[in-house]
Design a protein around this ligand. Sequence first.
Ligand code: ZN
Length: 328
Amino acid sequence: LLQLPHTVERAVAVATAGRHHLLLLGPRGSGKSQALEWRSTLEPPASRELLLRHQLIAELGQSLTEAEEGPVPIRRVSSQVRAAALVGNIANHLIRPGEFALANGGLLLADELPEWSRDSREALREPLERGRVALTRVQGSLELPASFVFAGTGNLCACGGWPPDIPVPGQFKSWITKKAAIRCQCRPAVRAAYLSRLSGPILDRIDFVLLALPVPPEDGDQSAVRERVARLRERIEAARERLRARWGSHPGAMAANEVQALLEAHPAWKKILDDGRSPTLRSRHKIARIALSLAAWDGLEEPTEGTFAEAALYRAENLGLEDARRLE
Ligand SMILES: [Zn+2]
């Protein structure tokens, strides 16, 4: 493991604590895959109940020998993954769970989400929305639980060189720019088409959307990195505990009506969010979810105005995807 820039490490750790879906975007060479490695390393151990449930699902497909890492189910899918392998199927009276069901209760790690086929991207919607997946079947229907935390990466154009200038949040307030490692070769229309793969329903389900920055890899003193991981894992478990005790669940898993009820019960939060620049209710809910996790991470009783301001930085709306699309 290589060290992460401070802001990326913070966001990845807080997303882990609150069990938020996470998407890391940026040009090639920006350390996105490295951040994804950290995400899987930081995941706390699974409960006994979760492990049992996972085994029951895995046994359906007699796939116990399949590669399975870590204490919680962690499934890695490549950009070539076919929708059928994600969803699973029933054939010859045998249930074959796909990657979604096998990731239940754990993590689904996806490199290069925009490179997924349209069918695969479409298939991701159902588990992200309902935490379940319907298996392909000729007659009737059968569903398996598929409630996982999604963590993925993606380029912002086909060649991986976009954007040329990257805004860097310094202390979350002042913005400077940094040159990308390579120059984008894509025609604007091609770039716009590529970005449109990230639009809509998938992005709607993902709380944390980060722009990763090209940083020269620090030659990691591995013992220092291990120590850092151990400290973060302790802090993540403490924050999860605090979140469960305070709000009854993990913010990343809160339904819209739960978030709305919290906002109604805390008029000051609602006012901050309504005064902010977030255009939609869905977006305000996401900022609220992130703010709850940030507050727990920082040991605050409740999110403050500053917490909400930081939370808003992790939203896709801040990445200028819309502007990039309009360049066409
Ligand atoms: Zn490009």
